[in-house]
Design a protein around this ligand. Structure first.
Ligand SMILES: Nc1ncnc2c1ncn2[C@@H]1O[C@H](COP(=O)(O)OP(=O)(O)OP(=O)(O)O)[C@@H](O)[C@H]1O
Length: 444
């Protein structure tokens, strides 16, 4: 068996909640308790969780919106003591996976935990040789403590790759993830290194940073390119000396974890521009693993789409349906700028929208609301124009007029109205074509 399931219980402390915690522990989970949404969010940021159970008396929609905006993918169960049916329904509408009445039944808690164990992604799915090579490299470097730099487009699976390394490393402590983009430098530093009480106004108590909390686990720094020069210098010192100081302290704290950094920007280019330290990149990128974009992964698109269609239907309690061949061909042709995350979201919407026995092309909707079929039609039009590049305007105009005329079965009036030119102009053009010896559809 792998690591225990970490469960977070959010709700007003009371005997029912304590009982739920006891039952969860009996079922093999590690349990943490929070008494408000913000508290629960802070605990998730701090140490993560595999499953959250939240009281419907708390603001469940607020909690779920924050989870989504911070991109936590943890499953959430709503629970409540004699809660009105509307509260349970509202929580499920907001995105909770299920509702568990309290006082809790042993079997329900055990089943919730068992379903999380089943759904835990064991290993990244990959068949394409480019990704399989990357996975082999990941497994090969896993046992060492060398830092690893994972590069790849947004949503391509860099965090997943980092998890593969962490799991294969056999390190006893968990992997902690720190998002470096969009966070103020001082907040990020206290998140990474921790701080002492009174280190700055508002530092009311000592805080243990992620580098320390990770112990001998793994720390993933997402979007490392976003670090300011000052934080880059501090991180370089951590790698050189294997120790660091909490903000506001001079006492050294040993750094025992494995560091993995991910980036979707070209760090070599950032170094050339002076935005990233060459010495830090050299240390971080001793081992580089490139995660290829989804569009270059051939059959992986179909394999992942089938996998998501099944997994998401099961977790949403819907019937598992196959993706029809035409829809699959559409998925293979689209270029997935948002990579696996975009595919997963599109499949999820299709699973929820689909009304037929199979998932059809029209069921696929992108995050901006456009249907994949229309998105493709647009890019198809663009492709068509691209195929005209290299030809003269005169040639293209002639082709356009002749083909439109042919489609209109030689009817000059219809063709000129489609082309937005006068019938007279049309006649003059056709006359010129005939004079040049070009065949023209006879008048209808
Ligand atoms: N090989 C895979 N098999 C199954 N699911 C995958 C695989 N790779 C990625 N995913 C899923 O795709 C989504 C995006 O992956 P991940 O978060 O690892 O990407 P990322 O490159 O780290 O993203 P970002 O650039 O936004 O930081 C996640 O939901 C993840 O579970």
């Amino acid at each position: 068996m792998g690591m225990p399931i970490r469960m977070l219980l959010a709700g007003a402390p009371g005997s029912e909640f304590r009982r739920a915690a006891e039952l969860a522990r009996d079922a093999g989970a590690e349990v943490a308790m929070a008494d408000s949404c913000d508290d629960a969010l802070a605990m998730l940021r701090e140490s993560g969780a595999d499953l959250v159970m939240i009281d419907v008396l708390l603001d469940v929609p607020y909690f779920l919106t924050n989870l989504r905006s911070e991109r936590f993918t943890v499953p959430v169960l709503a629970c409540g003591i004699d809660a009105p049916a509307e509260a349970a329904v509202a929580a499920i509408r907001a995105g909770a996976r299920d509702y568990v009445p309290l006082p809790p039944q042993r079997e329900l808690i055990a089943a919730a935990i068992a379903s999380v164990i089943e759904r835990r992604p064991s290993e990244a799915l990959a068949e394409h040789p480019a990704l399989e090579r990357a996975n082999e490299l990941a497994r090969a470097v896993a046992p060492s403590s060398a830092p690893v730099l994972i590069t790849g487009e947004r949503g391509s699976g860099k965090e997943m790759m980092s998890r593969t390394i962490h799991v294969a490393s056999g390190r006893p402590n968990p992997m902690l993830v720190v998002e470096c983009a969009g966070v103020a430098a001082d907040v990020l530093e206290s998140e990474l290194f921790g701080h002492e009480e009174g280190a700055f106004p508002g530092a009311i108590a000592r805080r243990i940073g992620r580098l320390e909390k990770a112990q001998s686990g793994t720390v993933l720094l997402r979007e490392i390119g976003a670090l300011t020069p000052a934080t880059q210098a501090k991180l370089l010192a951590v790698l050189q000396e294997q120790r660091f100081q909490r903000v506001g302290s001079t006492d050294p704290v040993p750094f025992q974890a494995r560091l993995i950094a991910s980036t979707s920007v070209d760090l070599d280019a950032r170094v050339a521009e002076g935005g990233f330290r060459a010495d830090l990149l050299a240390r971080l990128g001793l081992v580089r693993i490139e995660v290829p974009p989804l569009r270059e992964r051939g059959d992986d698109i179909a394999m992942l789409a089938n996998h998501f269609a099944e997994r998401l239907a099961v977790s949403d309690g819907m019937a598992v349906k196959p993706i029809c061949d035409t829809a699959m061909a559409l998925l293979r042709r689209y270029d997935w700028p948002g990579n696996i995350r975009e595919l997963e979201d599109a499949v999820h919407r299709a699973v929820l929208l689909s009304r037929g026995a199979q998932i059809e092309p029209g069921d696929f909707v992108l995050s901006d609301g456009t249907r994949l079929v229309s998105a493709e039609a647009e890019s198809g039009e663009r492709l068509h124009v691209e195929s005209l590049v290299g030809r003269t305007v005169e040639e293209v105009e002639r082709e356009l007029i002749l083909q439109t005329l042919e489609r209109c079965h030689g009817n000059r009036t219809s063709a000129s109205s489609i082309l937005g030119i006068s019938v007279r102009t049309m006649r003059n053009k056709l006359k010129a074509f005939v004079e040049a010896g070009i065949p023209v559809s006879p008048a209808a």
